[in-house]
Design a protein around this ligand. Structure first.
Ligand SMILES: *[C@@H]1O[C@H](CO)[C@@H](O)[C@H](O)[C@H]1NC(C)=O
Ligand SMILES: *[C@@H]1O[C@H](CO)[C@@H](O)[C@H](O)[C@H]1NC(C)=O
Ligand SMILES: *[C@@H]1O[C@H](CO)[C@@H](O)[C@H](O)[C@H]1NC(C)=O
Ligand SMILES: *[C@@H]1O[C@H](CO)[C@@H](O)[C@H](O)[C@H]1NC(C)=O
Ligand SMILES: *[C@@H]1O[C@H](CO)[C@@H](O)[C@H](O)[C@H]1NC(C)=O
Length: 483
């Protein structure tokens, strides 16, 4: 455990050093790399690709026989448990067809079950195949070093009509109770989301552009739940029915070199969502979708996001927090060297009226905006129905820094909007080298602030006179904001 964590830290440090040395270059390379199919070959540190003979690596010791009293296995080269085959559990050896139609679920669960038993086992979905599986929970605990490698295409049944009625329609691929696991490959996770997006309960998908009420479940494509020391890298993930990737109750997550995409108007297709998850690095990825590029929910801390391109999207979002008077705690979040383009929001913090807890230690640095609406926004009046009352408590926001945020904004909304709660002011907002110009046309609304305190280290463009200096006179009862 201890060693694994150190290793993870070493990776993160290595990445940071590398990125700092070649920031601008790196950003351009990200995009190029994702266009090539061979992206994971360039990153041997993360996951074995099928070309790399795993058995020769000292990191991958031979598997321990499951039961020493078993008779020796017959000499069958096709025996999928054959240990000299480098602990690779190829799903086609378990009956997966991969023709884009056959249900291959049983083969995947069988391969998983055996890979789970050996150290550094690899579940392999090989290239040149299109595998279909139904909603499945791949659960642990497993031996450490497990790899789920998709080099081909892996997809769920096509839309709600083909979804088995007995399956959960809230999630598809679920990884549960795992420690030290990698999800990687040169392949594609195809969500087949189109028919889910068209459901009449989705925003503006009903008759005549209406939204019909009612439960509107759609499956999140990939979910990691109650797991630790995870690496997700290299994959293309697209067209999710709902969130593309979701981490809940996890600790130690490294995301690298992903390409996530779905259309601009696909509803609720957040790229990467984390909640109740700590120690997360998200690097070198390109995300374009119909909702938040990255969303950070309650209970997240120590999150480092770097070299990300978002757009189209709804930007990078902390929240929404404090719904139904809940306590929300988010701290130590860093977003650096990102590009946000053609998006409905840029850097957003949103909380509901009536919550408690706090959001502290948030740093946005070196962000390039291109045609972004609400480039910088704090909204403590978040409400989906426009019928939310102002309440006497709120999630407390403090120590939020915006440094070197430059580029263009969509003039339909003011580029800077700090709507802090009446009951508790936002404090210690730092603005430094924030320079935003209209993408086209002229500024319609000036920057807006309400109950927002902080300081400008340099003059902000457009000028933001409404940010109040110093600290507010009253900071209400502090135990409400404890975390
Ligand atoms: C394992 O597979 C290899 C070739 O793939 C074969 O040479 C070897 O005999 C097999 N061993 C066992 C124990 O089945
Ligand atoms: C949709 O609009 C058309 C034409 O305006 C109308 O005839 C129809 O009744 C409307 N349908 C619904 C469900 O409102
Ligand atoms: C903040 O998070 C980073 C990782 O993003 C971590 O290295 C650092 O130790 C954290 N700082 C504190 C004070 O916990
Ligand atoms: C809530 O407070 C804000 C800021 O004082 C104000 O603009 C808004 O009208 C209030 N909303 C309601 C429903 O009272
Ligand atoms: C204000 O926030 C910055 C981080 O943005 C932090 O370093 C500093 O200590 C905070 N100042 C106060 C007075 O809390």
């Amino acid at each position: 455990m201890e060693i694994r964590r150190d290793l993870m830290l070493l990776w993160i440090v290595t990445i940071l050093l590398f990125q700092n040395a070649s920031n601008v270059e790196g950003r351009h390379q990200v995009i190029k790399k994702h266009k090539k199919k061979s992206s994971s070959k360039g990153s041997p540190a993360y996951a074995p690709s099928p070309e790399e003979p795993i058995s020769q690596s000292p990191n991958y010791p031979p598997p321990v026989p499951s039961d020493p009293s078993d008779p020796p296995a017959p000499e069958d080269p096709n025996d999928p448990t054959n240990s000299s085959k480098n602990c690779i559990f190829d799903v086609t050896s378990y009956g997966a067809v991969g023709d884009g139609e056959t249900d291959d679920t049983a083969a995947f669960t069988a391969a998983w079950k055996e890979a789970c038993q050996v150290e550094s086992g690899v579940v392999l979905a090989p290239e040149d195949h299109v595998f279909t599986i139904t909603s499945t929970i791949f659960s642990g605990p497993c031996k450490p070093g497990l790899v789920f490698q998709v080099d081909g295409v892996l997809m769920p049944p096509n839309g709600p009509d083909c979804w088995p009625k007995s399956d959960s329609n809230k999630q598809w691929l679920v990884f549960y109770r795992l420690d030290d696991m990698t999800f990687t490959g040169t392949g594609t996770i195809e969500g087949n989301g189109k028919d889910w997006w068209e459901l009449p309960c989705k925003p503006h998908r009903g008759p005549n552009g209406s939204t019909l009420p009612g439960p509107c479940n759609s499956p999140a494509l990939i979910r990691f739940f109650m797991s630790s020391n995870l690496v997700v890298s290299g994959l293309r993930i697209q067209n999710s029915p709902q969130f593309h990737m979701k981490f809940d109750g996890c600790e130690g997550v490294l995301i690298d070199k992903l390409s996530i995409s779905s259309p601009k108007l696909s509803p609720n297709t957040d790229g990467i969502h984390i909640e109740n998850t700590k120690s997360v690095g998200i690097y070198n990825s390109v995300i374009g979708n119909g909702d938040d590029c990255i969303s950070i929910g309650p209970g997240c801390s120590n999150v480092d996001i770097e070299a990300i391109t978002c757009g189209p999207s709804h930007g990078i979002s902390i929240g929404s927090l404090g719904v139904h008077n809940s306590r929300a705690c988010v701290s130590n979040i860093t977003v650096r060297n990102a590009i946000i383009k053609d998006s409905d929001n840029g850097l957003r913090i949103k909380t509901w009226q009536g919550g408690t807890g706090s959001v502290t230690g948030i740093s946005f640095e070196n962000i390039q905006m291109e045609n972004v609406r609400n480039s910088i926004i704090i909204d403590q009046y978040y409400c989906l129905t426009k019928a939310c009352r102002n309440e006497t408590s709120a999630v407390y926001l403090a120590d939020v820094a915006y440094r070197n945020i430059k580029g263009t904004y969509d003039v339909r909304s003011p580029p800077i909007h700090f709507a802090c709660s009446d009951s508790v002011a936002c404090t210690n907002i730092t603005m430094s080298e924030v320079e935003l110009l209209p993408y086209e046309g002229v500024l319609v609304d000036d920057p807006f602030c309400w109950n927002a305190y902080g300081n400008q280290e340099t003059l902000t463009i457009p000028p933001i006179d409404c940010l109040q200096e110093g600290m507010p006179q009253k900071l209400a009862e502090s135990s409400l904001y404890d975390c």
